[in-house]
Design a protein around this ligand. Sequence first.
Ligand code: FAD
Length: 276
Amino acid sequence: MNKPLFSFEFYPPHTPEGVEKLAATRLQLAALHPDFFSVTFGAGGSTQERSLEIVQQIKAENLEVAPHLSCVGSTRENIRAILQTYKQLGIKRIVALRGDLPSGMASTGEFQYANELVSFIRAQTGEHFHIEVAAYPEFHPQARSARDDILNFKRKAAAGANSAITQYFYNADGYFHFVDECRRLGVTIPIVPGIMPIGRFSQLARFSDTCGAEIPRWLRKTLEGFGDDSESVQAFGLDVVTELCEKLLAGGAPGLHFYTLNQAAPSLEIWKRLGL
Ligand code: FAD
């Protein structure tokens, strides 16, 4: 079996204090020698400058970085220019996404779906980039059906994606089912589970409603029951997420991708408990 792949995701902060705090977070997480750090990219180019700044900082620290690139609301010319910049920076890995059209932006631009972006990256840059795409074990909220969603995922692999990172989830069975279905349809790329540590329940509930990730009833009820007791939420969350990671790795998941929300402590603690 190949060595598991571990990665940490950041978003570009809005303030200079946030940028400074992220540098400290990165330092702590870099000590774990992950395979790469990824940096999100606001759809429609809304964070283009800030994302690039963080990507450059990570690269300057001699760490592996995978910029996310979302294509909705964008033009071929703009995407071509971004790819060129990343190539010049010596970046070798990209997370290729459709993104969600920001409210107020009317046109979807020249790309409809992520598979078109993957094809475009391959056509423009050949095999230069290792391309990651998104996967949804609990299915994308806009998918017409579970089967359609898996077939659409297959299109991304067929277009040249090398591997995938999933939306977060708290039900390992859903992940294993998704991977089995993909394999049955001949999709062979590694599908790395995305892991969301549990910090604040209200924030998690809000994210989950938007992206279609399910918080199982037993988990939601238990977290709700802690009310404002954030210490208990976090302690219980760490137990639940560590157990999930253990189950995923024991069941053959090819690695873990942590949605850090720019915090080091939860990922560090889970890492320690997993004995990685
Ligand atoms: P797609 O793969 O294009 O799928 C979107 C929907 O369209 C699905 O319902 C799919 O079934 C359907 N579909 C796909 N192809 C076709 C087709 N050819 N014909 C008909 N229907 C089709 N968003 C950001 O804005 N910035 C980020 O940095 C970012 N990072 C992310 C990282 C990860 C690991 C994940 C899982 C998500 C991330 N997102 C990010 C969110 C993502 O952009 C949204 O979930 C978005 O709604 C879908 O993007 P996608 O690339 O999965 O789209």
